[in-house]
Write a protein that binds this ligand. Structure first.
Ligand code: ATR
Length: 274
């Protein structure tokens, strides 16, 4: 058996993916023999294209848009986290079988922990803006950290109710127009919508009722400092940028394939932001 380890990321389109920069950095840093490829797989012949990857000896791959749900049907095993989140972003191939995981919740929580080590998840409510795939993973992560109340608000309210199914005691749904109405007990605000992203409208959000000890996180990382984060800084709140979630979600995937839990270092952050 060759000691060369082949991994990659599947998606369509895939040209924009930053994952190869991240994993290649670690392969080099830890002196490993391996590669991490961008693999464009359109939805048409999905099953056949996945079996080709197995035949080509891949040890696994990350999964991005539009395959995070469809890959689940091809997995022989899906762990508890990915099952609850309803999406797989990491696959390990073991004995020609696909094992599915989701590392997004881990990435989100680790980023907060590394950026603000003193933050206490159990101290107050969290407000999550948006109810797409990323929001579901984030809410799952917050529930696991013991956040006592999670307020979910989304332009399309039905999607917020879907997320509420994760824990209908601790999750509360609020209408999008009322998102600033109840900020007094909120200790963490997270934007998971695409508002604020380069080319999109900014997120208009009035932070004046937010306690000063609350932290504000935007998972948008292009630009790194969004309108929301600039306003939060002006209000005196600590902010956490979105790039860390992307970097930290990659760590457990790398560990599954290459056997080393890699570190997020400054050189990596520089490369990814360049
Ligand atoms: P991801 O996987 O990154 O979460 P997604 O599932 O496409 O991506 O979710 C995008 C999120 O941005 C959704 O919450 C979406 O709101 P809707 O569910 O109502 O579509 C939110 N979003 C996108 N454009 C928006 C806009 N102009 N105003 C408010 N929310 C918006």
């Amino acid at each position: 058996m060759s000691s060369f380890i082949k991994a990659g990321v599947i998606g369509h389109p895939i040209a924009h993916s930053k994952s190869p920069i991240i994993h290649s950095h670690w392969i080099e840093k830890y002196g490993l023999k391996g590669s991490y490829d961008k693999i464009d797989i359109p939805p048409d012949n999905f099953k056949k294209d996945i079996s080709t990857l197995i035949d080509q000896g891949y040890v696994g791959f990350n999964v991005t848009v539009p395959h995070k749900q469809t890959i689940m049907a091809l997995c022989d095993y899906i762990d508890e986290t990915a099952t609850a989140i309803g999406a797989v972003n990491t696959v390990k191939i073991i004995d020609n079988k696909l094992h599915g995981y989701n590392t997004d919740a881990y990435g989100f929580i680790q980023n907060i922990k590394q950026s603000v080590p003193e933050f206490n998840f159990t101290s107050g409510a969290a407000l999550v803006l948006g109810a797409g795939g990323a929001a579901r993973a984030i809410v799952y992560g917050l529930l696991n950290q013991g956040v006592p109340e999670i307020i979910v608000t989304n332009r399309t309210i039905e999607k917020s109710f879907d997320i509420m199914g994760l824990d209908n005691k601790r999750i509360r749904v609020v209408e999008w127009d009322l998102k600033e109405a109840n900020l007094k007990n909120v200790h963490l605000v997270v934007n998971t919508t695409s508002l604020g992203m380069k080319g999109q409208s900014p997120l208009i959000f009035n932070l004046s009722d937010l306690p000063k000890q609350a932290i504000v996180n935007d998972i948008v990382y292009a630009p790194l400092k969004t309108n929301l984060l600039t306003n939060a800084e002006l209000s005196g709140n600590l902010t956490v940028t979105g790039i860390g979630m992307l970097l930290h979600q990659a760590r457990p995937a790398f560990e599954k394939w290459f056997g080393i839990m890699p570190e997020v270092d400054d050189a990596l952050i520089e490369k990814v932001l360049a």
